[in-house]
Design a protein around this ligand. Structure first.
Ligand code: URA
Length: 415
């Protein structure tokens, strides 16, 4: 069967065999199938979906495209985490150092931005000197010695996902349960950790819009974990508003530093604490309450921040030279009232427009751009108050759109 027949079969909603999936996906990896045909197949999958067996087969193919890391040389228990993606989601960079500072080992393979959601690798690359392309030996050595390492998919781990992920990002084929489940789980299995926590984000600013979709992907990911003898726990969390106060790569690193120095207290911090506690509870086989106590302790004592610095240094980064654009636009409110909602998706798109993400595969992300949210849900605002600050590309013109419309205000007049 040739690739056109395979595309046609999926377009009609039929089930693809493992051999057909291999023909298309491995053919694409080897360069025998062009981007336009793979994009077409991905779109057919987005629209028609896949049966469980197809999803398991696709995940197997992604995993078998590279190697599975052997973590047997690592001293200690390995725990990994992943998020299905959200606006301003920098959880990995907070949670990893917390968990590693408690003696667990966190081998993390992350991706770049996907659609309007940011990616951990793009955030880390905003740190001057930071190397995201760790070789296998170096990655394993850092996990063993530092306890936390983050690599992109260069180390021959699920290389097929890397290629497909980049194509999905620019072809409107991101929001698909089968594609998300196989992408995430192939990376998690290839990276070798025995305990895995997946943060399934749901809401208007997430790739999954409904609780039913979140439950469905949780079921699939646990099932894939079982097939590879990994313990997978999922948490379903809310993603209707941006996570935290910064969106944009270097700005988000600055926010991570503040959280790890225990200087912030908001919904993002609570989410990071509960994700870390879940990982600690799994890795140390203790209750959630005890795990949460340990997590709070390493934040208070500064051990979690020291671990972050150690990890950044080990990967060559210099936190003193984070790039922030000097071309700043202050957004003043054109309305008054009590903020009851902020549209995460609109902020994600704005960040993309500012240059913080990619529209085409070869686009370069500008690390210095982004948004700082000066007001949050629950704040009272007067006309003229500073709502948020935009960090624009150097030399570019201010955004003409009224960003106040991204916020929903309660009708009641404020005092
Ligand atoms: N994160 C991934 O690694 N892959 C997806 O498809 C979505 C989020």
């Amino acid at each position: 069967m040739n690739v056109l027949d395979i595309i046609d079969k999926k377009r009609k909603g039929e089930v693809l065999s493992k051999q057909e999936l291999e023909t298309a996906f491995l053919g694409y990896l080897k360069g025998k199938i062009p981007d336009y045909q793979m994009s077409s197949l991905l779109m057919a999958i987005c629209i028609q979906g896949m049966k469980d067996e197809e999803i398991f087969d696709l995940t197997d193919i992604f995993i078998a495209s590279g190697e599975i890391l052997d973590l047997s040389g690592i001293h200690g228990v390995t725990v990994d985490k992943h998020s299905t993606g959200g606006i301003g989601d920098k959880t990995t960079l907070v949670v990893g150092p917390i968990v590693a500072s408690l003696g667990l080992k966190v081998p993390k393979m992350s991706g770049r931005g996907l659609g309007y959601t940011g990616g951990t690798i793009d955030k880390l690359e905003s740190i001057p000197g930071f190397r995201v392309n760790l070789g296998k030996e170096e990655f394993l050595k850092q996990v063993d010695e530092v306890g936390f390492a983050v690599t992109s998919q260069t180390a021959n781990l699920a290389p097929l996902d890397k290629k497909i992920y980049a194509l999905r990002d620019v072809t409107g084929t991101v929001e698909s349960i089968p594609l998300i489940a196989s992408s995430i789980m192939s990376k998690k299995i290839a990276c070798g950790a025995s305990n895995i926590v997946i943060d399934v984000k749901v809401g208007s600013g997430a790739l999954l819009k409904t609780k039913e979709e979140a439950l469905e992907i949780s079921r699939l990911m646990k099932e894939i974990g079982k097939r590879y003898h990994r313990t997978v726990e999922t948490m379903i969390t809310y993603m209707d508003i941006p996570l935290g106060i910064a969106i944009g790569n270097a700005l988000e690193i600055m926010e991570v530093i503040k959280i790890l120095k225990n200087e912030e207290d908001n919904y993002l911090v609570a989410l990071c604490k509960s994700t870390a506690a879940k990982m600690v509870s799994m890795g140390k086989n203790i209750g959630m309450q005890e795990a949460l106590y340990l997590v709070e302790d390493v934040l208070k004592t500064g051990k979690a921040y020291q671990k972050f610095e150690e990890m950044v240094k080990a990967q060559g980064g210099d936190l003193t030279r984070l790039p922030f654009s000097q071309n700043v636009q202050k957004v003043l409110s054109t309305k008054k009232g009590h903020i009851i909602h902020m549209d995460a998706r609109k902020f994600g798109k704005l960040s993309l427009d500012l240059g913080g993400g990619r529209v085409q595969i070869e686009d370069r992300v500008d690390s210095s751009v982004g948004i700082v949210l000066n007001k949050k849900i629950g704040d009272d605002v007067q006309v003229g108050d500073l709502l948020c600050t935009l960090y624009l590309k150097e030399g570019s013109a201010p955004i003409p759109e009224d960003i106040t419309n991204y916020y929903t205000f309660q009708e009641d007049e404020i005092l």
